[in-house]
Design a binder for this molecule. Structure first.
Ligand code: DX5
Ligand code: ZN
Length: 224
């Protein structure tokens, strides 16, 4: 059976005045996982949201939705521990600021064997840098825009990174998921899926679409 691709809406693009409405429309459209972008104003320029909002959303929606937490923060391991206390279990942090601290990864795995850990690479980071450590992760997230803001255009060089990661996984019998985050729409999404991506994060495209189910079907090419 062909594997089902996964779409994770990034609530950075949701309407903060009507979050519960946006959550209802995601659930109605069949979304199973949302992408929660944590930005600390240090690793990236802006501050988004953190533990407080997560607590409220998790308590209300965890029986219907998974939370994929993307930590664009200077101290991701400290934040992981905070989010773990609140129920979080799926985390992605960045290669660029953790490469010298990966011993902390081992400690986390030992203490919390059930959690899912992912590593993200920014557009300027060559994919060959993470191949040697890829087997330590449940998922690898290719940033197809500069981290820190939604609504940017997809960087075409990301496609080659997906291809490399998919080949490497195949050649080495590994099982990490490949995700792509940034500028995903009904043109770039299908392109990434063709190259071997397993999940796609979509912010502005998804939330600006009036018909969420149609938007998903267009990314997944189910409308053809
Ligand atoms: C960017 C964030 C993304 C962003 C995606 O730094 O990590 O998750 O919200 O938004 P779009 O799909 O609009 O590029
Ligand atoms: Zn993200």
């Amino acid at each position: 059976m062909e594997k089902e691709a996964l779409i994770y809406p990034s609530i950075l693009s949701a309407n903060f005045l009507h979050l519960s409405k946006d959550f209802s429309s995601m659930i109605k459209a069949g979304i199973k996982t949302i992408h929660y972008d944590v930005m600390d104003g240090l690793f990236v320029k802006d501050i988004s949201f953190g533990e407080k909002l997560f607590k409220v959303l998790y308590e209300r929606y965890h029986h219907k939705l998974h939370f994929d937490i993307h930590l664009m923060t200077e101290e991701p391991f400290r934040h992981i521990r905070q989010f773990l206390k609140l129920g979080g279990s799926d985390f992605t942090f960045h290669y660029e600021n953790t490469i010298n601290k990966l011993s902390e990864l081992k400690e986390l795995r030992y203490e919390f064997p059930y959690i899912k850990l992912g590593i993200a690479i920014s557009p300027d980071t060559d994919v060959s840098r993470i191949l040697g450590i890829a087997s330590n992760f449940d998922q690898i997230l290719i940033m197809s825009v500069v981290p820190g803001a939604s609504g940017q255009s997809f960087i075409p060089a990301s496609v080659e990174k997906i291809r490399r990661l998919a080949h490497f996984r195949n050649d080495n019998h590994l099982s990490y998921l490949i995700g792509v985050d940034g500028g995903i729409d009904d043109t770039t999404g299908p392109m990434c899926l063709r190259e071997g991506a397993d999940y796609l994060v979509t912010g502005s495209y998804f939330f600006s679409s009036l018909d969420k189910t149609a938007a998903l079907n267009k990314i997944l090419r189910k409308d053809l």
